[in-house]
Design a protein around this ligand. Structure first.
Ligand code: BGC
Length: 446
């Protein structure tokens, strides 16, 4: 059990790094724009360099996680996380900073594939859901930590420290992964059955030798079945095509809801909402981070209690209404309306965190048949990061040309479309085993 806790904590730390490096730009950006004197386009590119790098990272990880192993990919990610954080802190101009954040993006995109995969393959079946959700929760914790750090360091104007301190968890991950074993599933896939056996025995020491051997045999057997059915062509089959379509659409809708415009540019948005002074803007931003963490915890219970489908529909309706409130308050950016805008923002984050945030990830892991899961995850991740990049890149330019109110009205329109889409297509997978979900899809086309 000790080894399992160690590995879960280690993989969750990659989630924290993901959230930290995404969120930290929010507090650093107001200082960076003063020091480097950059245009709206460069600002967008600087902020969007993380999701752009992550598109590449997701593709690279999908290729290398099988070839080099999950552990080696995570080791390389921690090296990139450390280099990216230190280089960001030392940047002498905006282009060096953009390059450093591209490196961080590659690390985030790769680890966001490899860490949950590593976790799912190490976790005993009955704890898998909770263990994989812990990764999601840690992303929101990482965002909150970055907001708190920005708030603390802001009076000193220490934006280089805000960015550079990301190297600390990165180095912990680097040394941590050196002590970690490789995923038993990957070892078994490579024919290293004896080592796979030893790792499972270390993770689940309460199992008898016979039980451990049975788990290894099941992995070897499922791999030999899977290798016959994992070609890309399988995604075009009548039973898998709707899953591909739905999971990609769920991620696209998640991103066009505007979440990362808020996560990455929160203090700037507070400025548009009428909050004067960067310290006040950062304090409100910390509030966004707290609501995000708390509601993600609520979501972990709510998805199994109320089901995925009602939550998904309610989430889109709630975010659409909240965005309409924000848009209206921004039409007249005067201080008396700022508190209303803040209520709208908190409500938006709460509805997002309980629904649009975790559900596309959950649907993705539940709907794809086991044999297609890693390739399906790669496709959905690429859709997610590409759309994340576009929204974050275009946000400052659209605000500059059309104004903040119109920009939020556009996000509101997308969430309204999302509500109709969820109503029409969102499936219910609550309380159904993964095997039964697979059978239902197979039956639907026969
Ligand atoms: C999204 C990220 C977002 C995060 C915010 C995740 O579900 O995929 O893009 O930054 O939620 O909590």
């Amino acid at each position: 059990m000790g080894m399992l806790i160690y590995l879960v904590a280690l993989a969750a730390l990659f989630g924290l790094l993901f959230g930290f490096d995404e969120g930290v730009i929010a507090g650093a950006l107001p200082h960076i724009t003063q020091v480097f004197d950059i245009s709206a386009g460069e600002e967008g590119f600087l902020t969007a360099s993380v999701p752009l790098g992550a598109v590449a990272g997701a593709i690279v990880a999908a290729a290398f996680a099988d070839r080099l192993g999950r552990r080696m990919v995570l080791f390389l990610c921690s090296v990139l996380f450390a280099i990216g954080a230190i280089a960001s802190g030392l940047s002498h101009d905006e282009w060096m900073l953009i390059f450093a954040r591209l490196i961080l993006g590659i690390a985030i995109g790769s680890s966001a594939m490899a860490a949950p995969m590593f976790l799912a393959e190490l976790a005993p079946a009955r704890h898998r859901g909770a263990i994989v959700s812990a990764f999601q929760l840690m992303i929101t914790v990482g965002i909150l930590v970055s907001y708190l750090l920005s708030y603390a360091l802001d009076p000193l104007g220490a934006w280089r420290w805000m960015l550079g301190l990301g190297a600390v968890p990165a180095l912990i991950c680097l040394f941590g992964i050196l002590r970690a074993p490789e995923s038993p599933r990957w070892l078994a896939m490579r024919g290293r059955v004896g080592e796979a056996h030893d790792v499972i025995a270390a993770i689940q020491p309460h199992l008898s030798d016979k039980e451990t051997r049975r788990i290894v045999d099941a992995i070897v057997h499922s791999h030999s079945v899977e290798t016959h059915s994992t070609g890309w062509r399988a995604f075009l089959s009548a039973e898998v095509r709707p899953i591909v379509f739905f999971t990609i659409a769920a991620f696209l809708l998640q991103q066009v809801s505007g979440i990362n415009a808020i996560i990455y540019y929160a203090p700037t948005i507070m400025g548009h909402a009428g909050f004067d002074g960067i310290t006040t803007q950062l304090a409100a931003t910390v509030g966004v981070g707290v609501v995000n963490v708390l509601m993600t915890i609520v979501a972990m219970y709510a998805v199994d209690k109320f089901g995925r489908r009602p939550l998904f529909i309610i989430g889109f309706i709630g975010t659409a209404i909240s965005l309409a409130v924000i848009a209206v308050t921004m039409m007249e950016s005067t201080p008396p309306l700022a508190p209303v805008a803040l209520v709208g923002l908190f409500a938006y984050i709460a509805f997002f965190a309980i629904s649009l945030g975790p559900l596309p990830w959950l649907y993705m892991s539940e709907l794809f048949p086991l044999a297609l899961r890693s390739k399906g995850m790669a496709m959905a991740s690429v859709a997610n990061w590409s759309c994340n990049f576009l929204v974050v890149f275009l946000f400052p330019v659209v605000v500059l040309n059309f104004g903040a109110a119109a920009t939020f009205a556009i996000f509101c329109a997308f969430c309204t479309i999302g509500a109709v889409y969820a109503w029409r297509y969102a499936p219910e997978t609550k309380g159904v085993t993964l095997e039964d979900i697979e059978k239902q899809h197979a039956m639907a086309v026969t």
